[in-house]
Design a protein around this ligand. Structure first.
Ligand SMILES: Nc1ncnc2c1ncn2[C@@H]1O[C@H](COP(=O)(O)OP(=O)(O)OP(=O)(O)O)[C@@H](O)[C@H]1O
Ligand SMILES: [Mg+2]
Length: 318
């Protein structure tokens, strides 16, 4: 592996994803930390840069991208083709992490707990979907895009009318396919995993209490709307179970470098898995950075570890 001090690091962020604001925050924070550490760093907004232009401009890409087009394997495939090493997972793990129903199907196959769900396919009418929900899941339910993030276009429906409103409101978003999940009242928790010097480190569990209906977009962006704990306030057997499950998920999807796995923990002791984020947010006060700090890894070190792992990916991993 080349010394990272000799590398031209391109911090890729922004782009056209609905998660663009979070991505800009990730990119700016990471680029600042790298520049302060004396590394050659360029912040690159993918909204006004062609990937092919990066070939002779950077040696390695630090991905601060989130959501569609950045976290789903497309950029990863393009960078593979251009021969530019990049941080995080390859094409397959990225795609599996992005598409929640596929991810959950794998999780069920591995006998992991994830909320029961049904799909709202674009070709099926909303009324027919509501009928299916009434007959299979029952209310309340939680609606979210299959390939979404940041709690965008998500919400709780307690009856037919609320479900109809949520599904109708969603029409016209970039999201065409929706999942309707069993509603699980629980504490949102997350577990970070990060590769440090060739070894996968499992970080302390992070949880969030909020007085809002759920851990929604507002709670994620306004610190006054949430109370975070890291390490989590949950008992050790519960957090250890989450950490164990997160490591299994890392292997299950073939992730690389970094991963954040999200759960809900109920008062009754149920731990249910929501999703896996192959490119977790990188802002300095974000969940991953908070977990890393609690695990003894300062923010600038976290970012440098991410870059190093761009060179530890197995030779061929789709
Ligand atoms: N089945 C469910 N029952 C109850 N609440 C849920 C359910 N699914 C999601 N939520 C709520 O929505 C939040 C976000 O869910 P999830 O992690 O699946 O979405 P996301 O938009 O992909 O998140 P991220 O910001 O991590 O990308 C959860 O923390 C929880 O508060
Ligand atoms: Mg999540």
């Amino acid at each position: 592996m080349p010394a990272i001090e000799a590398l031209r690091v391109g911090v890729l962020c922004g782009g056209a994803s609905p998660e663009r604001p979070g991505s800009l925050a990730s990119g700016e924070a990471a680029a600042k930390a790298l520049a302060e550490a004396g590394l050659m760093t360029e912040l690159i907004d993918m909204a006004d840069t062609a990937l092919s232009a990066l070939r002779d401009r950077i040696d390695v890409a630090l991905l601060g991208l989130h959501g569609l087009g950045g976290e789903d394997g497309k950029v990863q495939g393009a960078l593979d083709t251009l021969g530019i090493p990049y941080t995080g997972s390859g094409v397959l793990a990225s795609a599996l992490g992005m598409h929640k129903p596929t991810f959950k199907t794998l999780a069920v196959q591995q006998r992991m707990d994830t909320p029961r769900w049904t799909m709202r396919q674009p070709e099926v009418s909303i009324e027919s979907t509501i009928n299916t929900v009434r007959l299979t899941l029952g209310f309340p339910v939680f609606v979210k895009p299959s390939s979404g993030g940041g709690s965008l276009a998500a919400g709780i429906a307690r009856d037919d009318a609320e479900l109809r409103a949520l599904l109708t409101r969603a029409d016209g978003d970039p999201y065409t396919e929706f999942m309707i999940e069993e509603y699980v009242p629980g504490l949102p928790c997350t577990v970070g995993l990060v590769e440090v010097e060739g070894r996968l480190r499992t970080l302390p569990v992070h949880d969030v209490e909020t007085d809002r209906e759920f851990y929604d977009y507002t709670a994620k962006h306004d610190p006054a709307q949430r109370r975070e704990h890291c390490p989590s306030i949950l008992p050790a057997p519960t957090t250890e179970n989450m950490q164990y499950l997160a490591r299994r998920v890392f292997q299950m999807i073939g992730a690389h470098g970094v991963l954040r796995v999200d759960f809900l923990a109920t008062k009754g002791g149920r731990v249910t898995m929501l999703e896996a984020n192959t490119l977790p947010g990188l802002s300095q006060r974000g969940n991953l950075a908070t977990m890393a700090r609690a695990g003894g890894i300062p923010y600038p070190e976290l970012i440098k570890h991410l870059i190093r792992t761009a060179y530890t990916k197995p030779g061929y991993l789709p």
